[in-house]
Design a protein around this ligand. Sequence first.
Ligand SMILES: [Zn+2]
Length: 1033
Amino acid sequence: MDPFDSNVAANLPRNMIENSMFEEEPDVVDLAKDSAAFPTFPALDPDEVVYEPRSSRLLVRGLGENDMDEDDEDCESSARLLGMSFMNRSSAHRSSSFPYTRQAPPRSCSRPSARTTVVCVLFLVIVASMTMVLYFLPGCTFTKAGCRKTNKTTPFEPVYPLSTNGKLFPWAQFRLPRSVRPLSYDLTLSPDLNNMTFTGRTVITMSVLHNTKIIVLHSAHLNITKATFKLGDQETRDVTVLEYQPRQQIAVQFSEEMKAGQYCVLTLDYSASLSHTYDGFYNSSYIHKDGKKRVLAATQFEPLSARKAFPCFDEPAFKATFLIKISRKPNYMTLSNMPQAKSTQLSNGLMQDEFEKTSVNMSTYLVAFIVADFTPISKNVSETLVSVYSVPEKKEHTDYALYTASKLLEFYNNFFEINYPLKKLDLVAIPDFLAGAMENWGLITFRETTLLVGNQSSPLEKQLVASVIAHELAHQWFGNLVTMSWWNDLWLNEGFATYMQYMSLQKVFPQLDIGNLFLAVRFRALDKDALNSSHAVSTEVNNPEQVEEMFDSVSYEKGASILMMLNAWLPGEQQFRKGIIQYLKQFSGLNTDTEDLWNSLTQVSVSAQHHNVSEMMRSWTSQKGFPLVTVSRKGGQVTLTQEHFLLTSDKATYSSSLWNIPVTYVTDNCSLGHDCIQMFNLKTKSGTLELPESVKWLKLNYKNTGFYIVHYGDEGWAALKDALSSNVHVLTQEDRASLIHNIFALSRLGRVSFYQVLNLLTYMSNETESSPVTEALLQLNVIYRLLDKRQEDSLVSRMKYYILDRFGSLMDKQTWGEEESVSKQELRSALLGSACSLNQENCIQQAKALFKQYDQSNGTSRIPGDLQQVVFTVAAQSNEDWVTLLHMYHTVTYDAEKRKMLRGLASTQDARHIVWILKAGLRGDIIQTQELPLVISTVCNGFAGYLFAWDFIQENWDRLIEKFPLGSYAIQTIINSATSQFSTQAHLDQVQGFFSSLKERGSQMRSVQEALENIRLNQRWMDKNLPTLQKWL
Ligand SMILES: [Zn+2]
């Protein structure tokens, strides 16, 4: 019932706990918990699930049964629970104005007041009356402990909500019943791009798995105009469709049971508006080079929006085949998952395209279709026709994507030993697209920036495109062929695709040097997972908001990190590969959960040492967070101790979690190369390993392939620092970066002083490699920004001199011409970005000169791709150049450059410009609304911007959640960027006050908890470290 982690709830203000408890349809959520396992269909008949009766369960809680501490229960919550049980016991008591949907919670009565007393007395009266009622209720065995058991001979009916037509809706859960299973969908769609509407007909053929009288499926914002039903050989007849909008479900109810083994067909005609957000069947547009607006329609269904385009069983485990027909004007084209089978002229002058029936069973969230006027380029790869589509004038930017997709498709076909199963694969750049890309089977959709690059684009820009393509292609196996049963295991899709994205690029395009980026994202995943508000990789998901929230760094980057750790631990790379081939083959076309993956990997393990992948990996997927390994050494004896690395750590959040950690380490005897790695399995709280006494230092977590942080103790850190000061190359650059990341994290945890951090950084005067430098700059910038926002002016300038002192000479060595190496580009853009943001004169002058040259060249001169961001950001600081940049933003067609211009524009410190750009992003005319999260996060970096942005978010919250779903990655980004730099009590109160006032419009989101936790941590770090900074900077 509690959507929060219980530990988090303990820390929350009272009113937030209550809101979270009562506004999320507590009864229903609880019932849904039991229905997670679904891969094997005939598991249980949900229609026959014996429900714990709502009234009894609520009463047990309300009357103070042991599951809630009496001190924690206040009179209001009990009264409310009782009130709800009254409301729902009998339909006679329901009124259409009060179905049991979300209601505003009554005022808290925990503060004593006259009103409170009245409410509490009233409550006691209600309790007394209820007790009487219950006592005399048949079927309820009344005991001292409450009505715990129902009499089995007269079970309570589950309490059903009301349909829109006032009749009872025959289903009371968030998850659909499993008694009927769809086999195939026949979809006919007729979009009208002039009026932004569409009509549709969906014919669903189903098989009855268990005797039942109902069919329940999803539908959202569809106006169903006609419904017919045919069971087996019987006549087709009209049926009434009931709708329960809060859960986006529709149902058909029959007087007689359908029997297991029967087949039936439901036909639904409907009409709807094309969505004006970024999900469902939505409209999009772009300005053609003739200056006219062109309209198009595209789909984005993951996770819960297929139901907005056609009525369907919209859960990933309901796989079926699809036959799709779409009508269009003759000057448009259509695309869908499968190749086009035929095209027919309709009597109204339109064409109807029919696509082949899908040759595979697939989940609804992977269905896709597009009506547009795009142009393709194509190429045959093995048995598959690969095409890249874009708006016509961007066709010349599609070559790189076609080349990359072809190479990667060949790689995956070989790597997985299963060929991509469809005859065609389209990659389409959509002008309006919120996510980075979407892996629809056979029809992958992208943002223009993640698919289109020019021939002369920089390797860094190509790296982005290649990496998104690699991710989406990996999904054609992980996600599309084998799909998670439910969203709680989203990481099986996303963690895998993320890991494969980096792994495949390292193999196929080593020149793109993707390793540094993967290392950096693993650091960020650790940072986020160190919060108490984090969650287990595999975690319960019981409402739409929680489904959206699964799309976060835990599912993606932590998922990928633990797979990398596992791969490094298994002997030889083939072992891991064999395991996933086994998994893909065994579950091809089916749905799985996490345990299925571990079992497959265990089955192929060769050596006894590695026999139990499940046992090891369960500790990483079933609990949140990760371990801190502390090293203490006495001569040759090294003791390793593990504990939960939890930034917010107090009695309430204490966790005794243990991980099965495949610890790797190297020493000064041998520290570079695979042969130097030594292994130690730390399963218990502590373990001891032996080293020769002569060993001077050891470094754990070789190349940071493990998902843990290491504390070496004062002596251990000092030894490592000495070793690096005399020769940086005693460790790999990944290991150096990992030391830097870990020591900053330990400082945030309070285990090392900031003096120790600065002490380690003294070695950096000899550092020249990208990963350690970018990590150190990033960490120092975080502190610099916090100080800046606290207006600690003297510390800000001292921090600035500290950074310039450490990195100044390296900054001066950077060039401003074209550079081919990816890692040199990464290093240079980080260094020059910092130098210019710290107002280093030389940097500013160079950037201004490049901008001027670019502006005056009429498109003949180019700014190197990796320097564009620095140059545009510097330009945007002057009023005149900001206007010039805005003009360029209007005219430039090349998307990667356009996005950097936008970030430049948003980095302005001019209040008028800040307000303008925030508003423009929300309006979506000049700046696309899809870019608003980017605009907000950039605005928040600057001192002037972050307060404006926070106000803007508060004022426009309702419009924001209209555009971006609650819990979505976009909303997560917005909340995080707006609040992550607050470090005072006043801001904490403000943020807390605002989000708790939102109630069902967002107060329960995990990102809100994360924001509050981050502010408290910032506050704590500042209190503790300001004196150190005063002393040592
Ligand atoms: Zn993905």
